[in-house]
Design a protein around this ligand. Structure first.
Ligand code: DGL
Length: 281
């Protein structure tokens, strides 16, 4: 029978998207878990596939060309194989370098991670903001543009802190981290001109909110921290509004790009974020 009407009402089309299709959350390591925590709060029923490119970690010491090629290639293969309904690049380094090019080649909606300079500019009273990121992130034109747009009347002091990435990876494996690592990050920002006036610090690497308690102890109680994860979770929720979710057994899967037996130590931390299985991609 020919029909000129759609087979189901327009508003039902969104509801018929495959309810088991996951949200794919991508990072070079465990940093994206800080974003997953916030996504879970707003979308407790969403199936999530967490991807750690541990074979490429750390991104922060790589060149722009290396990061762009790696992230585009991996996300292309991952989306083809797992058909996520949305991709979240839960990594500031990858987003500030590769977000535009990844969006050009993939059809799936993509949410990136942007250093939280705008909210920091609204929060600061002293007008001096610190920014902790990877060495690659802090040199990006993307960060220059955010600074010019939202913090032109403030002072933004940037510091690349690769040691903090290593510290977050160790912490989530249950290993002790020397507090001197956090003291060094605080001291580096404080030593810059006007650094003693910093009252707000942007955590511009998704690994760093996993260390907020340690960083707070190093910076002192007068400093507040801000990161982009709340905004990302809101954006993911709004782009998937009205969709059906089926989370299987209520637990998620993590994919790693390298089989490292030491990563078994991550299982308790992954379990706290609802991830029960670890596979190599
Ligand atoms: N988590 C990543 C970020 O947000 C970077 C860690 C790395 O250097 O790979 O920038």
């Amino acid at each position: 029978m020919l029909s000129f009407l759609p087979p189901f009402p327009i508003e039902d089309r969104v509801m018929t998207a495959n309810p088991t299709a996951p949200i794919l959350l991508f990072d070079s390591g465990v940093g994206g878990l800080s974003v997953l925590g916030k996504v879970r709060q707003v979308l407790p029923e969403a199936p999530v596939m967490y991807v750690s490119d541990n074979a490429g970690l750390p991104y922060g010491s790589k060149t722009e060309a290396q990061i762009a090629a790696r992230v585009s290639g991996l996300l292309g293969r991952l989306t083809e194989r797992y058909r996520p309904r949305l991709v979240c690049i839960a990594c500031n380094t990858a987003s500030t370098i590769a977000l535009a090019s990844v969006r050009e080649v993939l059809e799936v909606p993509i949410v990136g991670t942007v250093p939280a300079i705008k909210p920091a500019a609204a929060m600061t009273r002293s007008g001096v903001i610190g920014l902790l990121g990877t060495e690659a992130t802090i040199r990006q034109g993307y960060v220059d543009r955010l600074e010019a747009e939202f913090a032109a009347d403030k002072r933004l002091l940037r510091h690349g802190a690769p040691e903090l990435v290593t510290a977050a990876e160790a912490k989530l494996r249950g290993q002790a981290v020397d507090p001197a690592v956090f003291a060094r990050a605080a001291a580096a920002l404080r030593a810059m001109p006007d650094g003693d006036c910093i009252d707000t610090v942007v955590l511009a690497c998704t690994h760093f909110p996993l260390l907020e308690a340690e960083l707070a102890a190093a910076f002192g109680s007068e400093v507040r921290f801000v990161d982009g994860s709340d905004g990302i979770a809101r954006r993911v929720a709004s782009l998937t509004e009205g969709q059906l979710w089926a989370r299987g057994e209520g637990v998620d899967l993590a994919l790693f790009t390298r089989d490292d037996p030491a990563d078994k130590k991550l299982m308790p931390a992954l379990a706290r974020y609802g991830i029960a299985r670890r596979l190599v991609f």
